[in-house]
Design a protein around this ligand. Structure first.
Ligand code: PAF
Length: 289
């Protein structure tokens, strides 16, 4: 696998592939790769002739109280995993390569990509600026790599919809491909942040998925007391040892409008939650219809 660090190098590599008529997929990541990321690479290898993974811990999407400085970084291990999977290239730029003006805070950027509405609820309500940081960096990565397709996990379902909307609205010719969440055997969604959990927190963590499943089953069975189902679910998480629940809610799969305020479901529903175990924020979601 080729490891490329400069924008010129990755551009000319991808240009060469595309001139040869090959379809190129990209898997954008922040590293600390786990089986969830590797399933994105697998999906990309199935759908494309050449696959580029990117590793860049993006300062723009972290808030001041977030874990940017301590975010796990181990490029050598990541590169080995990607190589073993059959990934063709890794683009791992430095901060100076991505931000030549030395600007690493969103507020100082001259150009920011903002997707409205979809970013307002769920995580967007609790992480101001986060999705602007994501869309701005992903737009840059798409402009740099110029792939045919990009692969994103459904664990970050809101991110997936936001990026898809950005491509649609800005006519960015990249097919955004969703890939199902990969879970540990006890149901916990794979996440780079799971490694922050203490053994005790790790024991409690799968309850997030079980709780979401419980709400989804009730919804599917035609629950007409959604408000109390959701408040019981929140209470169950807190009773089990979750320290804070940012949200647990059911929403339309396309618009992310909460079901409680929707007269009619447009396409289907998913149940979403974000909850804290100590210093670690976990998110997850499951389909409900
Ligand atoms: O999902 C992630 O790891 C990040 O948000 C992404 C898409 C790589 C942008 O930094």
């Amino acid at each position: 696998m080729n490891v490329l660090r400069s924008i010129d190098d990755i551009r000319s590599q991808v240009r060469q592939w595309r001139q040869a008529g090959l379809r190129v997929g990209v898997v954008p990541t922040m590293g600390a790769l786990h089986k969830g990321h590797l399933s994105l690479v697998e999906a990309a290898l199935l759908g494309c002739d050449r696959v580029v993974a990117t590793i860049f811990v993006n300062p723009l999407q972290f808030g001041p109280a977030d874990d940017f400085r301590i975010y796990p970084r181990d490029e050598a291990t990541d590169a080995r995993k990607l190589d073993e999977k059959g990934c063709h290239a890794l683009f791992a730029p430095s901060e100076a390569e991505m931000f030549p003006d030395g600007i690493t805070a969103l507020k100082d950027f001259k150009t920011v990509v903002h997707v409205s509405q979809l970013t307002e609820g769920l995580c967007g309500a609790f992480r101001p600026g986060h999705f602007d940081g994501v869309t701005t960096i992903v737009a840059k990565l798409f402009g740099i790599v110029q792939p045919d397709a990009a692969y994103f996990g459904e664990k970050d379902y809101q991110q997936l919809l936001v990026i898809r909307r950005m491509c649609r609205d800005l006519n960015i010719p990249v097919e955004v491909v969703p890939v199902p969440t990969v879970r540990e055997s006890d149901g916990l969604a794979m996440s780079s942040r799971n490694q922050y959990l203490s053994p005790e927190e790790r024991h409690i963590a799968p309850l997030l998925y079980q709780t979401l499943r419980g709400v989804a089953e009730r919804l599917t069975a035609g629950d007409d007391k959604l408000d109390s189902t959701l408040s019981n679910a929140r209470r169950a998480l807190l009773d089990a040892g979750f320290t804070k629940v940012d949200y647990i809610t059911a929403a339309d799969v396309e618009t992310l409008e909460p079901l409680e305020s929707l007269k009619r479901l447009k396409s289907g529903a998913r149940v979403f939650a974000a909850a804290w175990l100590g210093q670690t924020r976990l998110i997850d979601n499951v389909p409900a219809t």
